[in-house]
Design a protein around this ligand. Structure first.
Ligand code: S3P
Length: 438
């Protein structure tokens, strides 16, 4: 469905950030592996997460929705996950499929994974290779893409893996496989990636050891362990909160409060960068919920200045570069974002898609092999942008349109529901004008 965003007056109001996507996936997977019941509140009911919920049912757990955001899982415990009778469709979700591949590997199982066109073009070798070293067998397309079938005897050996990627998906897949492996399974990363799996595994009773190594870490899990069901409250997603936050920062006169935003240090690189650019962004009312720090974020319209984003900050804001590029388009001076070649293998080639979004709408932008340089100023808008079935490109384009001289159209907005099903509702609540055309 083509969708248009128009220039509007100031954005005002108080909204709640939707549940965190990373933590929602993990809560369903660990709950399904655990013994006993897991009660979840605040679950993100986006399409990516619903695909994981469905997958856990196919793998033998009982996942049930009680009411909005409230779910109960009866986990498989010692009986273990079972081979599904049909392929598991992970839809658009890279996190879902990569974590599931790790989770099932520790059981005697055979399972086929598939996904939509975007997911079927994304690399899976980064997870399949270490899992193969642990003892699984797999078949997939030549390019190591989906569909892929994993066959495991359930007798994995523990490994001490040094990851070439600072990727929480790779780290998590190995740790999840390590749950049912005898001995200590370790993964070393040169730069810190998000640590939600470590935090949640501890909450489910696993022994996790973390050793700092320079800028990175070695994370180990001692297996085998029977996870125990627990209660999980999902905090608000900083990656989703980024869209209304930047909408307010670029729209003159705006003043909004986004409540319940997770402030885990491995996730808030964008907020640090916006503050360095001169944004009025204040986090207040800090508290903890479900083992994570959360806060309310107050933002106001601000004249931003371009900055050079430190490359080592990338893992803590890897999903936020497209929307940061929108902020940079309205900033004074040049913003340089390099060291983010990983963006090319997300739901779309996000470097290329962001470049196209900006150049088509009159922004001075240069594409590098590993990033972008954006010279801010006026945004003429007026173009129709191709989203390549990527939710973060779609939302970034619509936010760019909120202060552009002419409305910006996107080819389709349906995939926004994968991560932020309440996007349109919340943006309308603070006064944005975004119209989905029939
Ligand atoms: C995620 C990790 C990141 C991120 C993705 C969610 C996770 O991917 O881009 O949206 O929940 O572990 P990588 O681990 O590939 O960097």
């Amino acid at each position: 469905m083509p969708t248009i965003s128009y220039k509007m007056g100031p954005l005002k109001g108080k909204i709640f950030a939707p549940g965190d996507k990373s933590i929602s996936h993990r809560s369903l997977i660990l709950g399904a592996m655990a013994k006993g019941k897991t009660n979840i509140t605040g679950l993100l009911e986006g399409a990516d997460i619903m695909a994981t919920a469905e997958a856990m049912n196919k793998l033998g757990a009982r996942v049930e929705r009680i009411k909005k955001g409230e779910w109960i899982i009866k986990g498989c415990g010692e009986a273990g996950l079972i081979s599904p009778s049909e392929p598991i469709d992970c839809g658009n979700a890279g996190t879902g499929v990569r974590l599931l591949m790790g989770a099932i590997s520790g059981y005697k199982i055979s399972a086929t994974f598939k996904g939509d066109t975007s997911l079927s073009s994304r690399p899976m070798a980064r997870v399949l290779n270490p899992l193969e070293q642990m003892g699984i067998e797999y078949n997939c397309d030549e390019g190591e893409t989906l569909p892929a079938t994993i066959i495991s005897s359930g007798n994995l050996k523990s490994i001490d893996y040094v990851s070439p990627h600072a990727s929480a998906q790779v780290k998590s897949a190995i740790l999840l496989a390590g749950i049912n492996t005898s001995g200590v399974t370790s993964i070393t990363e040169h730069t810190l990636s998000r640590d939600h799996s470590e935090n949640m595994l501890k909450a489910f009773g696993a022994t996790i050891n973390i050793e700092t190594q320079g800028q990175g870490q070695k994370v180990s899990i001692k297996g085998p362990v029977t996870l125990k069901g627990t209660d999980i409250s999902i905090p608000g997603d900083p990656s989703s909160a980024a869209f209304p936050i930047i909408a307010a920062i670029i729209t003159p006169g705006s003043d909004i409060l986004v409540q319940n935003v997770m402030m885990n240090p491995t996730r808030i690189g964008l907020f640090t960068t916006l503050t360095e650019m001169g944004a009025y962004l204040r986090a207040d009312n800090y508290r903890t919920s479900g083992g994570e720090i959360i806060a309310d974020i107050h933002v106001k319209y601000s004249q931003l200045n371009g900055v050079i984003v430190p490359e080592e900050r990338a893992p803590s804001m890897i999903d936020e570069y497209p929307i940061l590029a929108v902020a940079a388009a309205y900033a004074k001076g040049t913003t340089v974002m390099r060291g983010i070649a990983e963006m090319r293998v997300k739901e779309s080639d996000r470097i290329k898609a962001t470049f196209e979004l900006l150049i088509k709408n009159g922004v001075d932008v240069k594409e590098h092999s590993d990033g972008l340089s954006i010279k801010g100023g006026s945004v003429t808008g007026g173009a129709t942008v191709l989203t390549h079935h990527d939710h973060r490109i779609a939302m970034s384009a619509l936010i760019l349109g909120i202060n552009a001289e002419n409305p910006i159209t996107i080819d389709d907005s349906s995939m926004i529901a994968t991560s932020f099903p309440t996007f349109f509702e919340l943006m309308a609540e603070i006064g944005a004008k975004i119209e989905v055309t029939k």
